[in-house]
Structure formats: structure tokens, C-alpha cells
Design a protein around this ligand. Structure first.
Ligand SMILES: Cc1cc2nc3c(=O)[nH]c(=O)nc-3n(C[C@H](O)[C@H](O)[C@H](O)COP(=O)(O)OP(=O)(O)OC[C@H]3O[C@@H](n4cnc5c(N)ncnc54)[C@H](O)[C@@H]3O)c2cc1C
Length: 305
């Protein structure tokens, strides 16, 4: 096996570490190590980092890892973790600007505080703005890209470009390039237009939506939200429950009793392989019993152990 040579870079303000467990960077709290992991200080620092990486270095992006399963063998190359507690949110020319590393719930509260409505749905999506852009995150009737005016993207070579929604093919939990290709580059920021409205009502709605989540989702246990997309006209959770899979466990991973489309890691001891095997078992059981092919919403990265 070829050994990974850690990048040796100069003038950086972020934090570069090596052989880092990704379990603490994903909400499932499972998975292997990254050869290298970079926490950029800000967008310019990230651009400088990318410009210095050789083209041979594999790059993987994580926000808050709330939709990602990292396999037990870990990720080769460098993982860039975009989440940044100091990420900027601002009002600019009637639009709301958010750094990609800002947490989506912060964007929801910021919008409400600044007299905007309809961003409330993001309050319960525990990822970053970049992750919400990559996934077209949505719930309770809201969807990220409905409000995007433009995005800033950093290419793998370290160059910034500004794009608009017409540059993308946007669907349910899916964003591709307009030509059908997979996303290229990293989102570093986005400008949103949320309608003006009653901010105090928006804040009340945030509370209401969060209470609804606490009542229906296993938020106290490590999980990655909905594992499968809802098939047209139906709910993945209904199909999984119909198949009697609630509570079904493989190793340390279990189908949540509270919400059948969630897989939880109750002791924090699940291997990524347990979670992946459980995902496959649920998909196969639902296919055999109902004829419906569930599509995965969570992303799986890295190598098997
Ligand atoms: C309790 C819980 C509830 C959830 N509820 C919802 C919900 O209601 N609706 C919903 O849509 N999702 C939900 N999710 C899933 C998840 O929170 C969203 O998909 C979220 O937007 C992912 O953001 P993240 O930063 O954690 O992404 P990650 O998991 O870190 O990454 C997801 C994907 O986005 C890519 N990515 C991340 N950042 C960038 C970037 N800056 N540029 C380019 N690509 C990037 C990654 O490479 C990866 O492919 C839930 C998850 C949990 C744990």
C-alpha cells in the first residue's frame, strides 16, 4: 500500500492535522480516520490551501457531517471540514449572505431576527449552509435552493467563481451541475432572498418546528437524519415500519423506534460497517416486501476496513 504523504504547506492560518478520527466530525459518531484534515480559517485561507495542494491529493469536503457515513477504513487524502463557529452572516443589499461554514440553524435565526420569513425550516437541519446547498436540504415545505440568489464556489485549483441557480439542476435532495455532471468545487458562501415579514412570528415558528422534531425524532442519539429519500407519494419511514424493521439492529446500529427512517448509534459503539449493513438490510427488506426501491439520502465516503 502506498503511504500517504502529508501535505507540507506554508503561510496557512487554518489547522492541518494528520491521521484524525472522523467519528467526531460526523453526527453518527462512527467511521475511520482521515489521512489529513484541514480546518480553514476562512475562505481566503482555504483558497491558499487548495492552491498549494498537488493535483494528486484527493480532497473530500465535510460540513457538520450530519448526512455522511465515513467507512471504517477512513478517507484517503485530505478532508476539509467547512464548519466554522465564527462563520459570517450578514445583510447585504436586501439579501442575506451566509458563509458556507455557518450552521444552518444560525442562518434560520439570523433571518428571523432581521425580519425575514420562510427560513425557519433550516432551524432543525443540523448541518452547515454548504451542506444544505450540496443536498438541497429541506423539510416542512421549505427547500434551500428556493431562496438562493447566487453562490460562491471555490474550484479545486483555488479560484473563486460566482454561480446562480440556473447553473444547477436542482431537485429533491439533489443538486447537480446544469449539464448533469456531479458538483465541482466547494461552496464557500451564498446569498439568499427570504421574504420580508414578521420576524417574531418566524421565531415562534422556529420554536414550534423544533418542538415537533423533539417529539418525533431520536435527537438524543447519534444519527444522520433520514437515511432514505421519500419515494414519490409515500414516506420511507412508513414503508420501513410496515416491514416490521423498527428496533432491528446489526452490531451497534439500530433502526430507531421513534422514527423508522433514522438509524441510531445508541452506545456510540457502532462500526460504520454495522450502519452500512443495516442500510442494505432495510433497503432489501423493503424491496422484497413492498416492491419499492428506497434511494439513499445519506452519503457514504471512504474505504471499508
Ligand atoms: C437530526 C437530523 C435531522 C435532519 N433533518 C433534515 C431535514 O429535515 N432535511 C434535510 O434535508 N436534511 C436533514 N438532515 C440531514 C443533514 O442535516 C442535511 O443534509 C444537511 O444539510 C447536511 O449538512 P452538513 O454540513 O452536515 O453536510 P455533510 O454531511 O458534512 O455533507 C453532506 C454532503 O454535502 C457536501 N458538502 C458539505 N459542505 C459542502 C460545501 N461547502 N461545498 C460543497 N459540498 C459540500 C459533502 O461533501 C457531502 O457530500 C438531518 C440530519 C440530522 C442528524
Amino acid at each position: 500500500m502506498m503511504m500517504h504523504e502529508p501535505p507540507n504547506l506554508v503561510g496557512l492560518r487554518g489547522r492541518l492535522t494528520h491521521r484524525v478520527s472522523l467519528a467526531k466530525y460526523t453526527s453518527w459518531r462512527a467511521g475511520g480516520i482521515a489521512d489529513s484534515l484541514y480546518l480553514p480559517a476562512d475562505r481566503d485561507d482555504l483558497a491558499s490551501f487548495l492552491r498549494q495542494l498537488t493535483v494528486f491529493e484527493a480532497v473530500t469536503v465535510l460540513g457538520l457531517g450530519s448526512n455522511t457515513l465515513v467507512r471504517d477504513g477512513g478517507v484517503r487524502g485530505t478532508v476539509i471540514v467547512m464548519h466554522n463557529p465564527g462563520a459570517a452572516l450578514a445583510v447585504m443589499d436586501g439579501l442575506i449572505y451566509a458563509d458556507a461554514g455557518a450552521a444552518s440553524p444560525k442562518l434560520a435565526r439570523f433571518a428571523a431576527t432581521h425580519g425575514c420569513v420562510e427560513a425557519e425550516f433550516l432551524a432543525g437541519v443540523p448541518g452547515t449552509v454548504g451542506g444544505a446547498l450540496a443536498m438541497n436540504a429541506g423539510c416542512y415545505g421549505g427547500e434551500t435552493w428556493r431562496y438562493v440568489v447566487r453562490v460562491e464556489v471555490l474550484t479545486r485549483k483555488g479560484e473563486f467563481v460566482v454561480r446562480t441557480p440556473s447553473d444547477y439542476a436542482i431537485g429533491y435532495r439533489s443538486v447537480r451541475r446544469a449539464d448533469g455532471g456531479a458538483l465541482d468545487g466547494l461552496f464557500t458562501g451564498a446569498w439568499f432572498r427570504f421574504p420580508q415579514g414578521d420576524g417574531s412570528r418566524a421565531r415562534a415558528r422556529i420554536k414550534e418546528l423544533l418542538a415537533r422534531r423533539i417529539a418525533t425524532q431520536p435527537l438524543a442519539l447519534p444519527n444522520a437524519g433520514s437515511v432514505f429519500r421519500n419515494p414519490p407519494g409515500d414516506h420511507a419511514a412508513r414503508l420501513i415500519e410496515f416491514c416490521g424493521l423498527k428496533g432491528h439492529a446489526i452490531g451497534g446500529a439500530r433502526v430507531s423506534e421513534k422514527h423508522a427512517n433514522f438509524i441510531v448509534n445508541p452506545q456510540g459503539a457502532a462500526k460504520a460497517a454495522d450502519i452500512e449493513a443495516l442500510i442494505a438490510h432495510v433497503r432489501e427488506t423493503v424491496r422484497v416486501r413492498t416492491g419499492v426501491e428506497l434511494e439513499q439520502e445519506v452519503r457514504i465516503v471512504g474505504e471499508a476496513a
